[in-house]
Design a binder for this molecule. Sequence first.
Ligand code: GLN
Length: 304
Amino acid sequence: MDYQAVLESIVEELRPQLGRAGHVASYIPALARVPATQFGIALRTCDGVEAAAGDSATPFSIQSISKVFSLTLAMQVAGERLWARIGREPSGNPFNSLVQLESEKGVPRNPFINAGAIVVADHLVAQCVDAKAEILGLLSDLCAEPIAFDEEVASSEAGSGHRNLALSHFMKSFGILDHDVATVLDVYFHQCAIRMSCVQMARAAGYLCRDGAHPRVGARVLSEQQVRRINALMLTCGTYDAAGEFAFSIGLPCKSGVGGGIIAVVPDRLTLCVWSPALDATGNSLLGRCALERFTARTGLSIF
Ligand code: GLN
């Protein structure tokens, strides 16, 4: 298949819609300044073929896509213990919702809503010498390029992250967090503030389509079963309360972030990353979603 031609045609078709609909995330002040008229897409196949189009080399704030990689690191260092304090069910609620936590005694529904990712960060604080450095180390190793935090975004999140503070203190009151809220949120805010391009992200996610095998070197990132579980969680929980709609119209495990990025996995075939900053009401990239719909329609690649 000529993936390069597919990606270029998607960019051409969607270009007229850039900046027309959706809104850049504004609740994190440093993200509100990102121009909406950007669009990039990149993929990497299991055997290392790459294709990219549009603003595919422009770094963006990966935000909640980082939850896939922090979960990966936590699976490596904490193993099954992780699931004692995190569920595996879709929430059917926005990513920063507080409502379920009270009735469910502070146990987050899944690792891809904010509360769940904060518990994952708590595990990383327990198991890693320097959790922030290890997250960067994992991503840099996976995509073979140095990856860094955007410190301005991290401090902007820390200054405006009232909901994440509320979620964390609430969980702490139920005994769900072992470490102090400030330490755990410092890890969480930094992982969200990582900057990567679509090309780097498509490479880094490569182990998700290769049954856990490292995208380049002959090592293993996770076991086949662990990667199957991550892909299942991405399909059911990766795009929050739009996960049903994503499965219906795209049919691939996806993980989105409010920076406008979305990664998608075609098991045994390829990983893909699309980025466009304007979001829909569920916090998912509006044009990113359109691009993924076009990609699966054109290539016939879907898990169903
Ligand atoms: N840093 C963002 C937050 O905590 C991440 C949310 C997202 O990308 N969905 O609110």
